[in-house]
Design a protein around this ligand. Structure first.
Ligand code: NCD
Ligand code: ZN
Length: 344
């Protein structure tokens, strides 16, 4: 039995670092585990200009110790009126690594998102021609579509036509949660990939309703049936270069989760690698972990692999019930559980 595993330094290809006091509280958790991270732009107001992304990048670095070896990779928030030139210039200047498509109303701070793909055709043309990746929150928002079906319906109604219309556009379907998404990504060209969160490998939708309502298991896209969890988990550990690590760590204060209308988001940054390692260990493919965590993402984005390594040891770690953050508390994923791998 392997008792320790050393891998090339990994990256997080999807994280919410927030701003203000929450940024101060959470940035260190991500920087401790990862060399780089794709930082989501869904602030209020959203990050829609290269100047705003530059300022946000500086705020992230200012929230970390001076010697932190961490690179935030910034994203642009696509709106109905986003300027293709601003995107292209931001990408060329090395400010925008990618752009994020939030269907308007799909999730936290998505009110300024895209109401109709037709409105961003020029932006997508520009992105396709310069090789700038499109990151997709893949859920429709129609009230007549069941929340558990929103990803599958998005793939059929929006993503399949989009891939047909922009065959060379590099697309990452973010935080996939269904067998439908796994199949779609597997069958698409090399230019289509997906990120997978730790929580969607661990929990199915029962977790949200276990002996009562469990706001800390609620995120978007919402966890699905067991058959979908198994498909997503199988994709993560498969070794396919189309699937890579993206935590979707999405911190909300405990009081905002445990409310009459609780926020969507699971905060998994503090023990993300430990959580993923458990999955690869349980599936008996720890030898696939490094590629998922440290190789597939940079290769898809056309970025160099990181130098240096991190080591996890087979050693129990007790996950706290809550952590202090931004003048309140925040509940991490796996709170109160014991994980069997520890990051050294
Ligand atoms: C994210 C957030 O809180 O910003 N929430 C979530 O449940 N994942 C937004 C998102 O990625 O959908
Ligand atoms: Zn997210």
């Amino acid at each position: 039995m392997t008792d320790s595993i050393t891998i090339r330094r990994p990256d997080d290809w999807h994280v919410h670092l927030r701003d203000g006091a929450m940024l101060e509280a959470v940035a260190g958790y991500t920087a401790r585990q990862f060399a780089r991270a794709i930082v989501m732009p869904n602030l209020t107001p959203p990050v829609t200009t290269a100047d705003a992304a530059r300022a946000y990048r500086e705020a992230i670095m200012a929230a970390l110790p001076g010697d932190a070896d961490f690179t935030p990779l910034m994203t642009a928030y696509l709106t109905d009126t986003i300027s293709p030139d601003e995107l292209a210039r931001g990408h060329e200047d090395g400010v925008f690594t990618a752009a994020k498509l939030y269907p308007a109303g799909a999730t936290t701070n998505s009110a300024s998102g895209v109401t109709d793909i037709a409105n961003i055709r020029a932006a997508l043309e520009a992105m396709q021609s310069i090789g700038m990746p499109l990151l997709v929150h893949g859920e429709v928002t129609d009230h007549d579509i069941d929340i558990f079906d929103r990803e599958a319906v998005f793939i059929e109604r929006i993503l399949e036509p989009l891939v047909r219309d922009f065959p060379a556009l590099r697309i990452v379907l973010e935080h996939i949660t269904t067998a439908d998404a796994v199949r779609f990504v597997e069958n698409a060209g090399q230019n289509v990939a997906a990120t997978i969160t730790p929580h969607h490998c661990h929990i199915n939708r029962n977790a949200i309703f276990e002996r009562g309502i469990r706001p800390h298991a609620y995120c978007l896209p919402i966890a699905k049936r067991e058959q979908h969890r198994l498909a997503v988990r199988a994709a993560a550990v498969s070794g396919s270069p189309k699937f890579f690590l993206g935590t979707d760590s999405a911190p909300h204060a405990k009081r905002d989760k445990e409310a009459a209308c609780g926020c969507a988001g699971i905060f998994n940054a503090p023990y993300a690698l430990e959580s993923y390692a458990a999955v690869f260990d349980e599936e008996d493919v720890l030898d696939h972990f490094e590629a998922f965590a440290s190789e597939h993402g940079p290769r898809f984005y056309g970025l160099p692999l990181n130098e240096g390594t991190v080591t996890l040891r087979r050693e129990s770690v007790d996950i706290p019930e809550s952590l202090d953050a931004a003048g309140g508390e925040i509940v991490p994923f796996h709170a109160g559980e014991t994980l069997r791998w520890s990051l050294i």
